[in-house]
Design a protein around this ligand. Structure first.
Ligand code: SAM
Length: 462
């Protein structure tokens, strides 16, 4: 789709709001969008990535793991992308999980999570420990979310396809941190997305604002006393940004806006841009502007629920693992003995129909919800064997696996493997983890010196 012109009523509103800054804001649309890359710190450190990076990396002030790369780099086509070593994400969007600041061992909910930018970031910041519930309302988008978490090697994530209202009813106030990356009018997408420009109209801003009020209402129910709620949009419309938070705070006196760390490029919220009076605290929100900081632009508000002890909710009923039936147990044990130097903890191993999972720590009961992933998917039970999943390979380290095919970036077999071709490989028959520079790419099955790829079709590069 060719890029339509910027909507005139959007431009006149921005001119009125920004005054002297408007010219710089408008000029930012003549620049190409920034390409952001965020390193998967649960697989390798920032420094390790810097030493192997094939791209020039320009640091992003608010994220240790984040860099801007040159637009011609095409990092989405690189084998390191298939290996889950990084996620491509708008630089301003990286500020959301940084301000959420999830800690290992906590319970965290990403209520509108697809395709997974914030969820992959959250999972890495948690070091794979604790529970991340990643939810999206739209079934197909929830599937994409699950795949991105799989490629990322997330070991602590559950993926749901639910309405926020059902999540609120089901879980109650059990999350340490909740992030609402709200569906919005998408003005921050205008530089790179022609559809965002074409679909925009003043009525859209109003309908998004209404939807955001409902979403925030449900999200608030899910935050434990003393817990954190982060609200974010990729739009500049004050009604959906400061306006949404002003309406929320009026209805929820138990929440307050918290002053976040101020990184270079962070601008304050603008209480003077909304109709609701007397909310000077809205300056504590963060605005990221395309003419002042890397990225397309974001609004972020960090809120905390007060810790009134009288309202401490009961701990939720836990998700109890379903013990393995005798035959599947035998197949899985055989596979572990033959192929791995690693075992999942018995207390978290669960059989869900024909699939085995490692369920996350402290996971509340999920029965009754639309569950796409019950945790770390380990593999499938076939007629008389266990077959490892791509998610298992991506969540393991090379040293956890007995047989690997260690390739380096300049080996032509890397591309052949990613295209789904058969490789020649000597050694015992059985499951082999193909790695690139020591990082898992996916499984292959070796039979008499020929290694047949088990890379899922959606990851193959033709
Ligand atoms: N957090 C995502 C990321 O970083 O990749 C981007 C989220 S996008 C801004 C908003 C998402 O909200 C969309 O995936 C959309 O399907 C979902 N959505 C729309 N309405 C929703 C609702 N009422 N409840 C939950 N999710 C919703």
């Amino acid at each position: 789709m060719p890029m339509p012109p910027l909507p005139p009523s959007f431009l006149s509103r921005m001119q009125q709001l920004l005054g002297d800054e408007y010219a710089a804001f408008l000029a930012s649309y003549d620049q190409p969008p920034d390409v952001g890359l965020r390193v998967n710190t649960s697989k390798l450190s920032r420094r390790e990535f810097q030493t192997i990076s094939p791209f020039d990396l320009k640091p992003i002030p608010w994220s240790e793991a984040g860099f801007v790369v040159p637009p011609e780099a095409r990092p989405g086509k690189h084998p390191y992308h298939a290996a889950g070593l990084y996620y491509l994400q708008d630089p301003s969007a990286m500020a959301v999980a940084e301000l959420l600041s999830p800690q290992p061992g906590e319970r965290v909910l990403d209520i509108a999570a697809a395709p997974g930018g914030k969820s992959t970031h959250i999972s890495a910041l948690m070091g794979g420990e604790g529970l991340l519930v990643a939810n999206d309302l739209h079934p197909r988008r929830a599937q994409v979310l699950a795949k991105n978490l799989e490629r990322w090697g997330a070991r602590n994530a559950v993926v749901l396809n639910e309405t926020p209202a059902r999540l609120a009813d089901h879980f109650g106030a059990c999350f340490d941190r909740v992030v609402v990356d709200a569906p919005c009018s998408g003005e921050g997408m205008f530089r790179k997305d022609p559809e965002a420009r074409a679909e925009w109209m003043p009525k859209l801003v109003k309908s998004c604002a209404l939807r955001q009020d409902v979403l925030l209402e449900d999200a608030a129910t899910l935050v434990r006393p003393g817990g954190v709620l982060v609200y974010a949009t990729c739009t500049f419309a004050p009604e959906e940004d400061e306006g949404a938070i002003a309406r929320f705070l009026l209805a929820h006196p138990r929440f307050e806006l918290v002053e976040p760390p101020r990184f270079p490029g962070f601008s304050p919220g603008r209480p003077d841009w909304i109709a609701e009076p007397g909310r000077a605290d809205l300056r504590r929100a963060v605005r990221l502007w395309p003419h002042k900081a890397p990225g397309e632009g974001h609004f972020i508000a960090l809120l905390r629920r007060s810790r009134a002890s009288s309202e401490m909710p009961e701990a939720p009923a836990p998700l109890l693992p379903i013990p393995l039936e005798p035959e599947p147990r035998q197949y899985f044990q055989q596979y572990c003995t033959d192929a791995l130097n690693w075992r999942p903890p018995e207390s978290r191993l669960s059989q869900m129909g024909f699939h085995l999972y490692q369920i996350p720590e402290a996971c509340p009961d999920l029965r009754g919800l639309k569950v796409i992933l019950w945790g770390w998917w380990l593999g499938a039970l076939k007629k008389n064997r266990f077959e490892p999943s791509h998610a298992l390979g991506m969540g393991l380290r090379a040293e956890d696996v007995r047989n690997t095919l260690p390739l380096t970036l300049d080996d032509p077999e890397v591309d052949s493997y990613l295209r789904g071709e058969v490789l020649s490989s000597s050694g015992a028959d059985g499951w082999v983890l193909v790695t690139v520079d020591g990082h898992p790419l996916g499984w292959g099955k070796r039979v008499q010196g020929r290694l047949k790829t088990h890379l899922p079709r959606w990851l193959r590069q033709f």
